[in-house]
Design a binder for this molecule. Sequence first.
Ligand code: 0A1
Ligand code: ZN
Length: 879
Amino acid sequence: MREGQSAVIYRADYQPPPFWIDTVELCFDLDPAKTRVLNRMKLRRNPDVPQQPLKLDGDELNLARVMVNGQGTSFRMEGSRLVLENLPEGYEPFELEIFTTCSPAKNTKLMGLYVSNDSFFTQCEAEGFRRITYFLDRPDVMASYTVTLRADKQKYPVLLSNGNLVDHGDLDEGRHYARWVDPFRKPCYLFALVAGQLVAREQKIATRNGKEHLLQVYVRPGDLDKTEHAMNSLMASVAWDEARFGLALDLERFMIVATSDFNMGAMENKGLNIFNTKYVLANQATATDTDFSNIESVVGHEYFHNWTGNRITCRDWFQLSLKEGLTVFRDQEFSQDLAGEASARAVKRIEDVRVLRTAQFPEDAGPMAHPVRPDQYLEINNFYTVTIYEKGAEVVRMMQTLVGREGFARGMTLYFQRHDGQAVTCEDFAQAIADANPQSRLHELLPQFKRWYSQAGTPRVKAGAHWDAVTGQYELSLSQSCPPSPGQPAKEPFVIPIAWGLIGPDGREVASGMHVLTQASETLTIPGAPAGAVPSLLRGFSAPVILDFDYTDEQLLALLEHDTDPFNRWEAGQRLAVNRALAAIHGSGEIVLDNAFIGAMRSILRHRTLDAAFKELVLTLPAETYIAEQLDVVDPQRVHAVRESMREQMATALQDDWAWAYEHHKDNGAYRPDPVSSGRRALAGLALTHLCIAARSSGDGVWPGKAYQRFKDASNMTDRFNALSALVVSGQDLARSALDKFHCMFKDEPLVLDKWFSLQAGAPDRGGNILPAVRQLMQHPDFNIRNPNRARSLIFSYCSANPGAFHRADAAGYVFWSDRVMELDAINPQVASRLARALDRWRKLAEPMRGAAREAIARVAGKPDLSNDVREVVTRALA
Ligand code: 0A1
Ligand code: ZN
């Protein structure tokens, strides 16, 4: 191990902390170049742990003074840790005072205290607090905080921290101060401060018990007109958590602050959530329907953390999914409940599953695969993954399935009765849900169910059917297996709830139920089935597994037409498309879409009663990455070519239908981002894209002209961007002038410029044109690699979201990737290591890409002084 490199941390090594910290008084003299931090703590030894020195975490701090009970004391450094050996004996509390300085303006990692647009922000999860002061930086050490902020009054008129403002006033030399007291004990990862020129949208609300609360959304002065939706989402979140789980807001004041420099989406600091502007700012002119819906779910997510994460937190970072899986489940449920009708709920479920299958399934099959509760990590920041979040949410969802919706709510109540104010484990959560439902299958199967926490990899369920013409019995054989993952060569059977139905030949459902698969193989017998019945399995995606069933085309067409479960109806369409794509990829690479498929798509598109949002999902072909996951060896350009060809044929064959769909869905009256009108806009957008694609083949200029007109006239960003995207994606000549115009219109809107960069980097490759365009855009005056949103919009959109353009036979994409990973690593390791993961699946690539990708990863791995973040990703990739 080189100097500065850390070792792997194991879950099995967990020890309780040797000291408790009861109170923390922090005093900040804020200055971008040199901020002074005085940290006064009351500590005491933990009587349950053998006596040992106090080792405080620190990172890039300048230490000026250490005092114990008001006296100077000896100390030593152990790497970046501060070690104190001569502390008072016994278990009495003692006072420790530490004075340090740090440099927020130089903090490009955006962890700890940093400057963004001349304001101060903090990010402490997971281990950023140690970049602010020396501390026991672990979630099971919970303390009461009092925070005093001092700063220049003109430059930093707003001074915020967690909890309640108890004092404020002026100081000498144009400075002022504010003192905040947080009434709740918390781990240091939930600490936050903000200082700057900000303005707030405010809203007073009353919760059910009649208590008044102040909600605030803080933004930069020009952005107030983009905060209404975030505030509405926050109010809806407060009401929902109280109504569904009986969890009320526990603070007098709840603040959200937006910053444009942020590594992730948002952060649930107690009472002072800090958000990426992307998940706060929206109005109809600058934000799309997707942005509006993301804001609703992220605002909900962070708010729900106030109970699931803050009131009950994680014992250690291996338990991250305790708060994240549960809170994603809660935000998914929130969005579904707000969506209202069953069909809108189903649309949300399909969208969530799409994310799981296109992002989490590949992760679970790749070199970074890890259990929902990992056993080891080198850098915890690498474990804020789709597995911890999305698969973790599926595990919670299965618990709800096994105990019922009311049983789950009872389980939540018991969880809070038992653990409010504590730092606990995933086991504690599962136990509470099971104990509240002693008659449930979850209770009976709990030890086996918990394998979802300990075993990585996506289980496969293979189903086979047999119908007995004499008895009318329908037999479904079900067997499960799970491929090996790093460090886990063999897996034990999982508990897999399989919601099922049987559709008769007349299209009517003849039976339905829930089977809980626990053995390696089992048989499910359904009596009284008619000839020609079709099984609808894993309805609503009742478990995060891959279902293998040899459906015939006729069966899939029947399900697409008749299934009462909307998820499986959509799934049938996806299977029809994937089967065709795979046949072409394995065959000549040529594809001719058959009339049965085209006809089925037409029937959905023209359907009289289906929602537009659902139609849009069915008519969108499976993503290239999803198709690629079904292959053992992947040539991403071939996958791209086949999918493009399918899209062109759908465009041409359904041209009249697309024109009908566009004309009937394009106008929705006054803009509202609700599910129904969003769905209509989404379908109109998809139609316009197909019409422009068809026009490209025919050379006809009518639809490109209409798209351009739409782009210019649109009254909202969704329609405008869909029109722009239709021109870009279909490679129309008009795209260039539309892009230029778009830039000109929105040059002062950073979040819109992100879309502009992203659209160009993610466009279909035509003769290798995307990489040079991306390189050129890196030189654009609006490009700034230090801003994570901008880096993601250009570099990630190319490397992670445009496989057909990135995986070039000449390896130039990989060279670009390795250069950017190394460049970013010196600036912001978290962003760099996310980018590093773009080549996770390199082993599946066909030659010459496979060898070239390996070489590029090795090039990065060979660089001296890599961060732990990137080092962990590239070493695992090569292992
Ligand atoms: N807890 C946050 C996620 C988060 C994690 C790390 C961060 O900084 C590096 C920021 C946010 C959430 O789940 O929303
Ligand atoms: Zn979260």
